[in-house]
Each structure stands twice: as C-alpha cells, then as structure tokens.
Ligand binder design. Structure first.
Ligand code: FPP
Length: 267
C-alpha cells in the first residue's frame, strides 16, 4: 500500500475541460495517438521580462494543464511530457531544488483535477538521485488514477532516453547471465518490454516549444518514426491552440515508416 503522501487541500479551483470555450479544429487526418512534448523556454520567457528562471517555470504549470485539456479534446490518447531530465541536475542547486519541489507540488495540486478528467498518470524515469518525496507523489498519483483511460499522461522525471535503453539492456544482460534467457531471444519486442513504461506506444508526434530543434535525449527509442514539429512559442505562452497547430502540421504530412511508393509527376 502506498501511503497518501500529503493531505490534499485543493488549492486550485477545478476547471471543466473546456474552460476556455475554445474547441479543436476539424483535423484533416487521424489525430496522433501518442504526443511527446518537450516543454522548453521557461527560462528565456522569464529573463526577457526581467524575471528569474524560477518565475518562468512557475508560469509553465498553467500551460501544461491547458495542453492536457486540449489533448483530451482533440482525442490524443497518450501525452508524455519532459518534466526533469537526467541532464537537468547540472543546473544551479537552487534551480534543481526548485524543480524537484515544483514537480512534487504540481502533482499534489493537480492530481484530483486530472483524475476527474479521466487522466491516467504514469512516471517514466530513474530512481537514483530523485527526491523520495517526488517518487512518493508519482506513485500516489499513479495509484489514484490507475483506473482511468481517457488519456495517459506520462510524466518523465529524472528521465534520459539513453539511460532508459541502458537500464533495459542491463536487465536483459542479467537475465542472459543467469541462464534464464537465450541471447538469440533478444529482439526489439523484448527490449521494449524492459523500458520504464513497457506499454507506452511509439511516439507519433514529437513537439518541442521555444524554437530549439533537437530531441535532447527524450524518448529516443519510442520516437524512431515520430514526426517532429518545432514551434517558436516559449513554453509559458504555449496553449491548447499551439498543440492543435502541431497536430494540424502532423496531419498534413505523409508517414512512410521506411516504405516508398512511385508517384511520377504528370507532364
Ligand atoms: C525547460 O525550460 C523546462 C523545464 C526544465 C521544466 C518544465 C517542467 C514543467 C513545466 C512542470 C512539469 C511537472 C509535472 C509534474 C508534469 P528551460 O528552463 O530549459 O528554458 P530555457 O531553455 O529558456 O532556459
């Protein structure tokens, strides 16, 4: 049994999904099942206004909630967000401390609201170094929302894509070394089974805010065939409408998964 880590007093008013009164456009193709999201640009957003980086992170919470609501409205089934990477430990001790507490507090403040929206919360990441209080909140939120199926929100905390693959390979190597597994049985399906959230489907759409155009070690395995969309909007200014724009760009593309078809131009 996971003890309830904190007696929750709902500090944030509950909001219906469509509190903005804004509804998604009619998309021209299938909506992505799994969207991966790099929430980048909090620091730049703050510094441009003469604020500290921490103020920028604080402003990112509302953006996240709005985007979750917009994902549900659009029919997205999985949303994975990069909340704290294994590389983020390199930041100043003050910022790291803030981000740890911030993750914990967002889970506390928002879990009941997300639960009411039918969101299932999962955690993907490594245990070592991660604050015990954050792990407790993640486990509590996972347990609280385990029965939900509207949208799975995977919060990637102390997450790194290479580390995830290394951890999976190490677990497989141990099985081989102990004689429980034949090397010839190691294949993509087996490796997938050893990832942090083995049921996570492949990423269809990979979105990054703030204009940076890189993956930064996020969901490397799962994003092998993802469509990449980079939007210039800084994370605190990101809304459900930004997500829908990314989905529109996604639906306008042709996905081939390595295949090809002749399409000679008409003269
Ligand atoms: C990157 O901006 C943003 C982060 C490192 C933190 C994002 C986390 C959240 C919005 C909260 C998520 C929490 C939960 C529980 C889901 P940056 O600091 O790299 O910005 P910069 O590139 O402008 O410096």
């Amino acid at each position: 049994m996971i003890p309830k880590p904190h007696t929750h007093r709902n500090a944030v008013p509950y909001r219906p999904l469509d509190w903005t009164g804004i509804y998604p456009p009619v998309f021209t193709g299938p909506v992505p099942t799994h969207v991966a999201l790099v929430m980048d640009g909090n620091g730049r957003w703050a510094n441009r206004q003469g604020l500290t980086r921490i103020e920028g992170h604080k402003a990112g919470e509302a953006a996240l909630l709005d985007v979750v609501a917009g994902a549900i409205q659009a029919g997205v089934k999985h949303l994975s967000v990069y909340a704290f990477s294994t590389e983020n430990w390199k930041r100043s001790p003050e910022e790291v401390r803030f981000l740890m507490g911030y993750n914990r507090e967002i889970l506390r403040r928002r879990r009941d609201q997300l639960n009411e929206w039918g969101v299932r919360i999962r955690w993907a990441g490594r245990r070592p170094r991660l604050w015990a209080s954050v792990i407790n909140e993640l486990h509590y939120a996972e347990k609280l929302t385990a029965g939900n199926s509207t949208l799975t929100l995977t919060v990637c905390v102390n997450y790194g894509g290479r580390n995830e693959i290394v951890d999976a390979v190490r677990a497989i190597a141990e099985e081989v070394a102990s004689g429980r597994l034949r090397p010839a049985a190691v294949n993509e399906k087996l490796l997938q089974k050893h990832l942090y959230v083995s049921e996570m489907p492949d990423v269809d759409l990979f979105v990054r805010s703030s204009g940076e155009q890189r993956t930064s070690n996020f969901l490397l395995w799962q994003s092998a065939y993802a469509e990449m969309v980079f939007l210039d909007t800084l994370w605190p200014d990101f809304t459900r409408v930004s997500l829908w724009r990314a989905i529109e760009l996604y639906t306008s593309r042709t996905r081939r998964f390595g295949g090809a078809q002749d399409a000679p131009e008409q003269a």
